[in-house]
Design a protein around this ligand. Structure first.
Ligand SMILES: Cc1ncc(COP(=O)(O)O)c(C=O)c1O
Length: 468
């Protein structure tokens, strides 16, 4: 077996997501060996509290033996069958479980391999639906700036982060982005209600610009996750859904992050935001990241319309070798069983507000400019000099916070200058206190570093050793 130094060396030629190819070979990634509960352990044995739960995904926490057992049992019973012509007990059961837990009449599940393929497949389903209805001009997609929906050609086009597209191609002219409903952008003197009206007016005017007869679907995350945990003003999703209904557009709620307990409910669309969308996409917490899987759920209404108009046949020619993979489905069933048995959604309704409250205490740090979130999803935004920002300064600040926190036993992985937190749902109040205390120290040390640098001095080796 190679040593961790050799493995890190080898890893340097492996292209990771969002890798800077110019710098390929020069990365110093932390090698993680194992995990248990809310903690992971690096190759030197340091214990790190996993504040992002991997990437918003390890909802039941790391190292669950009964998950391993469920996966093992399914592999030994049956590894794989083609989902084209056969099915398995786990896939059938898991689809039924999800239909049972989903809002309204979203009773039909299409399994995919992850979140990007869930969004991609759902959007292809929207195209299919409109084609079947004879509305072939209805192709255009309206989505939000700062939204993230995946890395396939189509889901990447729908994502609203301009910087990510600078060296990559997108489907030109198909997707139109409106501003994110970010209350921080509310002009001074405008009430929240007026800001909401302005958000809705921008959706209406985008539809008018493109032409309602050409608009197929509005795609939104209930809370913009990697866009910086942007919680929309109250009533935003309901009003957007009304606009969609008025213009014969579908509403796709991208719950890749917000489902499976992150906001204290199985799905957030209805229980938190009061809407029953036409389609929900999900992944991540669907299996708590133990085995890759995604899905979209679609309403009885859409299925019935296709049946009514499809004549003898309407083939949705889209799918994956691993759609409904029995091992992933077995993991999904076990994941739900654990969440329900341990009442994790109820627990989040207690620990979520506590985490938000504790993070608010960081507002006394001069460079913390905003603390926001809901449930177990939060963002602490830092800025060196308010109002005068540039990307390099923000990146440097974020990476310092990251390094200091990690040296003290906390993974934060800031999104540029935004420390985004989405810990496993099992996190306790005590562990939240530990997370907030380290984050406070990490931000203060990063701030100090930058001040020292400005003053021409250097500061090193000041952390206590990582929690063992
Ligand atoms: C809201 C949202 N949709 C879709 C995706 C894409 O999921 P995946 O990375 O599993 O393909 C992500 C990933 O972070 C996401 O946050």
């Amino acid at each position: 077996m190679s040593t961790s130094a050799e493995l890190k060396q080898r890893d340097n030629q492996f292209i990771h997501p969002w890798d800077d190819i110019v710098k390929l070979g020069g990365n110093q990634r932390t090698l993680l060996d194992r995990g248990e509960g809310v903690y992971v352990y690096d190759s030197e044995g340091n214990r790190l509290l996993d504040a992002p739960a991997g990437m918003w995904c390890v909802n039941i926490g790391h190292g669950r033996k009964e998950m391993a057992q469920a996966v093992y049992d399914q592999i030994m019973a049956l590894t794989y069958v083609s989902p084209w012509s056969m099915t398995t007990g786990p896939a059938a059961q898991f689809a039924a479980d999800l239909a049972e837990l989903s809002p309204g009449d979203l009773n039909h599940v299409f399994f995919t391999t992850g979140g990007s393929t869930a969004v991609d497949s759902a959007l292809r389903f929207v195209q299919f639906y409109n084609n079947m209805r004879g509305k072939r001009a209805k192709k255009h997609i309206i989505a939000q700036k700062r939204g993230y929906h995946g890395s396939t050609f189509l889901s990447g086009t729908v994502s609203g982060k301009e910087r990510d597209k600078s060296n990559l191609d997108v489907v030109e002219g198909l997707v139109h982005h409106i501003e994110a409903p970010d209350l921080l952008q509310k002009p001074a003197g405008q009430s929240e209600a007026e800001f909401l009206d302005a958000c809705i007016a921008s959706l209406e005017s985008m539809i008018a610009e493109v032409g309602a007869d050409k608009c197929a679907v509005f795609v939104a995350e209930p809370i913009l996750a990697s866009g910086g945990v942007i919680v929309p003003p109250e009533g935003y999703h309901q009003r957007c859904l009304e606009v969609c209904r008025k213009h014969d557009m579908l509403y796709l709620s991208d719950e890749v992050v917000t489902a499976f307990g992150r906001l204290g409910h199985c799905f957030a669309s209805e229980d938190v935001f009061g809407i029953v969308p036409d389609i929900i996409t999900t992944a991540k917490g669907l299996t708590s990241g133990y085995i890759p899987m995604g899905a979209f759920l679609v309403s009885d209404r859409l299925i019935q319309e296709i049946k009514d108009r499809g004549g003898d046949s309407a083939v949705f020619a889209n799918g994956f070798t691993y759609s409904g993979h029995p091992v992933a489905a077995a993991a999904g069933i076990k994941n739900l069983e654990i969440m329900q048995r341990e009442k994790l959604f109820e627990q989040v309704r207690d620990t979520g507000p506590y985490m938000q409250q504790q993070l608010q205490t960081l507002r006394d740090i001069p460079i913390v400019t905003d603390v926001r979130g809901l449930g177990l999803m939060a963002c602490v935004e830092c800025e060196l000099e308010e109002g005068s920002r540039d990307l390099d300064t923000d990146l440097a600040l974020g990476s310092r916070i990251d390094r200091h926190c990690q040296a003290m036993g906390l993974i934060v992985r800031p999104l540029i200058n935004m420390c985004v937190m989405s810990p496993p749902l099992t996190i306790t109040r005590q562990q939240i206190d530990e997370m907030v205390a380290i984050l406070r120290k990490g931000i203060l040390l990063a701030m100090q570093d930058i001040e020292n640098e400005k003053a021409g001095t250097r500061s090193d080796h000041r952390h206590p050793s990582p929690a063992a």
